[in-house]
Each structure stands twice: as C-alpha cells, then as structure tokens.
Design a binder for this molecule. Structure first.
Ligand code: DX5
Ligand code: ZN
Length: 216
C-alpha cells in the first residue's frame, strides 16, 4: 500500500491548520515535517513548538525529517512533542545506531536517510534498527527542486536488501515527486511518497493522491 506524505514545507504557515484539513480530506496519510538548522542544510524552517501544535491539531502520524547536525541532541524533545517517526540523516551523525535506538526507546519509529550523493549501502548496517528509510531525490534544504534519477537504483537496492533481511521496511522518497516521478519511484520499490510543491500547487490534490495510491 502506498502512503502519501504531504511536505508541510509547502504549506501556508499562516493557515497551517486549514492546509492540513485540505490535505487530510484529499487522502494524506503522514505529515512530513521538515526541520532545518541552517548548518546541515543552507536553510532554516520550523521546529519543536510547531510540531507540538500540529500534534495537538491532527490525528495523522507525523514524521520529523531532521535535516540538522547531530540530531541525537534533540530526539527527546521531538519525541515528547509528538513525533510518530523521526528521520535522521546518516551524514549528520557520528553514531547513527545509538540515535536510532534512542528513537525506538521513546516509542517512536526510527528512520534513516541518505542524501543524493550518499550510496544506499551507507545505511545497510542500520536497516534492522529502522521501520522506515528515506531516499532523498533532491539535495535537502528546499522544496520545488527537480527529481534526481540517482534515487531510483538506491530505492531498488534498499528494497532488495530489506527483503533479503526479511524486514517489513517502508521506503520513503522525498524531493521532486509528481505524477511522472511518483510512478518511477513506486516501480523501483518505494511505498511512502513525500510530495511538497506538486501536491500543494495541484488544483485537485485528491486526484493527485488517488492517482499515486492506485499505482501501488
Ligand atoms: C527538501 C525537503 C522536502 C521538500 C519536498 O529538503 O526535505 O521534503 O519539502 O518538496 P518538493 O516535493 O517540492 O520537492
Ligand atoms: Zn523532507
């Protein structure tokens, strides 16, 4: 089953609740919550207090995509604010295994991500600690960029390896997802699609989401 995760980076923050209502009515499954620190990526977004308000507002699960250096410093705060998944970057952490275990300790689903230049194999050692992985199909930091096809063989490799290990692994893809690239990533083995600009700009988000889900 394909799950759709609207990237709230593309929402209108002055009416976040209304935008969430609109996306939930269209069939959203998970809120993709992009946290940026101005260090790991050259941009700053939103953080813990906004996640806390979102969690009080919504029943849907929230995935905190932490594009921050040394995310282990903030796991407790994001877990207590109400994250259901926490995604860290393998490039941002000296000891990813410890951080993933800490995420699990708080009852949150651990997830690990690779940037476009990082091979899928870099996260093979951590798959058994995760419930989901995230393949970036753009350089993290900004919405509205073009999909990078380098993500496709990485999704295939991660699907193959997780099956070899007998894991029930969600594979999420983030960046430049639209009707064309969405089909490609699903064929490669992804089953959680993050969509920002294409979905929020769509005149009919329900049609967009239904189309993706029917491909699965
Ligand atoms: C980029 C973020 C993405 C972004 C996706 O750093 O991680 O989640 O918002 O936006 P689109 O779908 O516009 O590429
Ligand atoms: Zn993201």
């Amino acid at each position: 089953m394909i799950l759709m995760a609207p990237s709230l980076l593309s929402a209108d923050f002055a009416k976040l609740g209304a935008d969430c209502d609109r996306m939930q009515a269209a069939g959203a499954d998970i809120w993709h919550f992009d946290v940026m620190d101005g260090m790991f990526v050259p941009n700053i977004s939103f953080g813990i207090p906004v996640l806390k308000s979102l969690n009080q507002y919504t029943d849907l699960p929230i995935d905190a995509h932490l594009m921050i250096e040394a995310p282990h410093r903030y796991i407790k705060q994001f877990a207590e604010a109400g994250a259901d998944y926490i995604t860290i970057h393998v490039e941002a952490e000296e000891n990813p295994a410890e951080t993933l275990k800490e995420i699990r300790k708080y009852g949150v689903i651990p997830s690990i991500s690779v940037k476009p230049g990082t091979p899928a194999e870099a996260i093979f050692p951590y798959l058994e600690l995760c419930g989901m992985v995230l393949v970036m199909s753009v350089e993290p930091g900004f919405g509205g960029q073009s999909f990078m096809p380098v993500a496709l063989p990485k999704i295939e490799a991660l699907r193959k390896e997780s099956e070899r290990l007998g894991l029930d692994m969600r594979i999420q893809v983030d960046g430049g997802i639209d009707a064309v690239t969405g089909k490609q990533v699903i064929e490669a083995g992804a089953d959680v699609l993050v969509a920002g600009s294409a979905l929020f700009k769509s005149e009919n988000p329900k049609e967009f989401i239904d189309y993706m889900k029917n491909l699965g």
